[in-house]
Design a protein around this ligand. Structure first.
Ligand SMILES: *[C@@H]1O[C@H](CO)[C@@H](O)[C@H](O)[C@H]1NC(C)=O
Ligand SMILES: *[C@@H]1O[C@H](CO)[C@@H](O)[C@H](O)[C@H]1NC(C)=O
Length: 178
């Protein structure tokens, strides 16, 4: 949580700077013109997304834009009235990030040619190699699918592994079909 708070503080500081710029973008409003955000905030799950709501600097709930192709769980982009700042939630893991952002960049609702993207998500790092606020660039991403992981030191002793499918309660269990 500490890391989360720090990252969020950093993100807010950067947005506050952007917010000081004139926000009356031509083409940002109007039913026929595209929304041309100066900044698009990308979050990955609910709590990250809602942390931008109800803040004094700007209100991204002034304009909700349903974007066909977004996750059914997060079907809308949220924007300020003038469209200068928008925000979305992708859903977790690479697969949801890839499908949502691919949808966004191909959407005819937005003109993203002059948009900065701010990825505002939590991250973790081994404390032996980085501290809170460190900046790193990963050389590789390992896609292991959507699952939970118990730290090996905290998992129940009868679990052969800490990996549990989402919706299941033990390793090697199939999630219930809903
Ligand atoms: C924003 O831009 C529109 C169109 O250019 C203009 O009519 C309007 O007065 C502007 N609003 C503000 C607050 O500057
Ligand atoms: C946008 O959606 C949020 C809920 O996600 C709601 O609270 C808000 O009132 C909506 N804004 C508009 C302009 O309808």
């Amino acid at each position: 949580m500490l890391a989360f708070g720090f990252l969020l503080g950093l993100a807010l500081a950067r947005i506050a700077t952007v917010g000081a710029l004139p926000t009356n973008t031509s083409g940002g409003l109007g039913s026929r013109s595209k929304i041309a955000p100066k900044v698009f905030i990308i979050d990955l799950f609910n709590e990250e997304g809602s942390s931008w709501f109800g803040i004094p600097e700007f209100n991204v709930l002034e304009r909700n834009v349903t974007v066909p192709g977004f996750s059914p769980l997060f079907p809308e982009a949220h924007c300020t009235q003038d469209g200068a700042i928008c925000q979305l939630v992708t859903g977790e893991a690479e697969i949801n990030a890839a499908s949502t952002i691919t949808t966004l960049v191909h959407s005819s609702l937005f003109d993203l040619t002059r948009t900065y993207f701010l990825i505002a998500g939590i991250a973790g790092i081994n404390p032996k190699v980085g501290t809170i606020g460190s900046v790193t660039f990963a050389r590789y991403a390992v896609q292991v699918g959507l699952q939970y992981e118990f730290d090996a030191r905290e998992k129940p002793v009868e679990f052969p592994t800490g990996y549990v499918p989402q919706g299941a309660f033990a390793p090697d269990q199939f999630p219930p079909i809903l």
